[in-house]
Design a protein around this ligand. Structure first.
Ligand SMILES: NC(=O)c1ccc[n+]([C@@H]2O[C@H](COP(=O)([O-])OP(=O)(O)OC[C@H]3O[C@@H](n4cnc5c(N)ncnc54)[C@H](OP(=O)(O)O)[C@@H]3O)[C@@H](O)[C@H]2O)c1
Length: 502
């Protein structure tokens, strides 16, 4: 296979692109055909032998990949060949194949592309763990992010906003700050040109910030600490500037504040269940569009050292990604599955998409209405449904128990949740024009032949069974609705709907 190899410790220009032997998975490992590998700051440290993990030479850098499972070790039961996955490999990712321990691998939701998948966990995982588990950031609090346009920084800006905080982004140029603003930052500080401590004071009207997330260290740490509010939390995440700051302890006393370490890699090993829960929440936020990765540039495998050099030169905003393997095949497969997924049912591709008169509708009785687009039943949607209906059965809401006890380790959506999606999906299929009122009047013969798991995608097929006139000049539509889940042989919800329209 082709790989980028570190044969002696040094800067990115020492790395070589070469042919090397395919790795072989041990009994608890999985061989992944890499599709994408994101570029992270530790890749720069690891090739210089400055990182806490020290692989033996020669090795490939690249700690976070997405790809296809190619082979599994004899003890691996939860993953299979052909599955799309993302993995935290630590190193080895700038190569066509990598072996990873099974417990560091996560299946990719169907609608998540390889580039996004490979660039999500490390940055969002770290920022989320820092803000949620360490600082316990509250809505309404003020969050200052140093190095805000970098991988972890930009993720913290977005997550801070999603968690309801007021976010102040600090970075070294107007261009970098513009990206932070686009991601929702409320205030911006150019810490190369402005006085960090004074600007914090000005923006917070003297109160200071409640939480600082620091990935930079160096000369910015002390003014940031001086700009903290009473009982603030200072998150020590990284030292991209190189210098490990020495802070005066008296400031911590005077502010009654906490300086807390954030080590996501260790957290994921010490508290794997909590980490899993965070990952599920992040994937659900990505799927619902609440957060999204900013991709700076995509490099091919051979130019991976350039990507590392640009990161080192502070040129990367958001994430740099290395594309690996055969993307032409991948594109064909995606196109094939898209064309299959958007094909209307039956031979009714020419069905009029709107019905202007009762006559139009009557002519359509017995015919299919078509097929809706896919929609994802995320854990967030399941949680919201549980809250709305006050039904908190563990199979719906307890992600840790579901992981341990349910097949596939995922929560199951309430049957009535799928039924509740029917009217929304039906609008795609039955855009009635000139209608004063449409009312979902009732449902008949509801069945749920197969479960819907958290993260599954569903869509609706429908057929008009009958149209009846009512005494007040309106009419009742009887619609056969069948909801399918991507990859399930049986439908997940079948029902006969009665819709009253006037
Ligand atoms: N503790 C953990 O669990 C954990 C997890 C992930 C990452 N980290 C650490 O967090 C740090 C940031 O990681 P990242 O992936 O976000 O990196 P990144 O994308 O390169 O971002 C780092 C930011 O730091 C700023 N910076 C200031 N001085 C720099 C210098 N001399 N060289 C490079 N950047 C400099 C840059 O912004 P400006 O130009 O705007 O200043 C840059 O955007 C790294 O030290 C990494 O090891 C720690």
């Amino acid at each position: 296979m082709k790989a980028i190899l570190c044969t002696r410790f040094g800067l990115p220009d020492q790395l070589i692109y070469t042919e090397t032997k395919n790795p072989v998975p041990k009994e608890d490992e999985v061989l992944i055909a890499v599709k994408a590998c994101s570029v992270n700051f530790p890749d720069i440290l690891i090739i210089q032998n400055k990182y806490q993990f020290k692989p033996e030479l020669p090795f490939s850098p690249g700690g976070e990949v997405s790809g296809l499972v190619e082979a599994v070790g004899t003890k691996v039961k939860n993953l299979k060949k052909g599955q799309r996955v993302l993995a935290l490999c630590g190193w080895g990712g700038f190569a066509e194949k990598v072996v990873v321990k099974a417990d560091r691998i996560f299946p990719i939701p169907p609608d998540l592309d390889y580039l996004t998948a490979a660039s999500t966990l490390y940055t969002f995982g770290t920022a989320y763990h820092a803000l949620k588990d360490r600082a316990i950031l509250q809505a309404g609090e003020t969050l200052l992010v140093l190095g805000a346009s970098g991988g972890v920084g930009l993720a913290a800006v977005e997550l801070g906003k999603a968690m309801g905080a007021k976010v102040i982004a600090a970075a070294s140029s107007a261009e970098k700050l513009a990206i932070c603003q686009a991601k929702g930052a409320d205030e911006r500080i150019n810490y190369e040109q402005e006085n960090l401590k004074e600007r914090i004071k000005e923006i917070t009207e003297g109160k200071g910030v409640d939480v600082v997330l620091d990935v930079v260290g160096g000369k910015y740490a002390e003014p940031a600490l001086r700009g903290m509010a009473w009982k603030g939390r200072y998150l020590v995440v990284g030292f991209a500037a190189g210098d490990i700051p020495q802070l005066p302890f008296n400031l911590v006393l005077l502010k009654g504040c906490a300086v807390m370490g954030v080590f996501w890699g260790r957290f994921s090993q010490e508290e794997p269940k909590k980490n899993q829960q965070n990952i599920m929440e992040l994937l659900s936020m990505i799927q619902s569009g609440k957060i999204s990765q900013h991709i700076h540039k995509v490099y091919d495998l051979e130019s991976a050292p350039n990507a590392l050099q640009e990161l080192l030169d502070r040129k990367v905003m958001g994430k740099a990604i290395v594309k690996v393997g055969d993307w032409e095949e991948e594109k064909k497969a995606i196109q094939k599955s898209l064309s299959q997924n958007t094909k209307p049912i039956g031979s009714n591709a020419s069905i009029p998409i709107s019905f202007k008169t009762l006559g139009d509708l009557k002519k359509h009785v017995g015919q299919e209405l078509g097929i809706s687009s896919w929609t994802t039943v995320s854990q967030e949607v399941i949680q919201k449904f549980a809250e709305t209906t006050d039904d908190f059965q563990w199979i719906h809401v307890d992600t840790e128990k579901a992981k341990a006890l349910l097949p596939g380790g995922k929560n199951i959506a309430h049957g009535y949740l799928t039924l509740s999606l029917v009217p929304k999906l039906l609008v795609d299929l039955l855009p009635l024009e000139g209608i004063e009122m449409a009312l979902n009047y009732g449902v008949n013969k509801v069945r749920f032949p197969a479960p819907v798991y958290s993260g599954d995608q569903v869509r609706l097929k429908a057929r008009l069974i009958n149209v009846e006139e009512t005494n007040d000049g309106g009419f009742k539509l009887f619609i056969y609705a069948e909801m399918e889940s991507r990859g399930s042989e049986k439908p997940v919800c079948v029902a006969e709907l009665i819709t009253l329209i006037r």
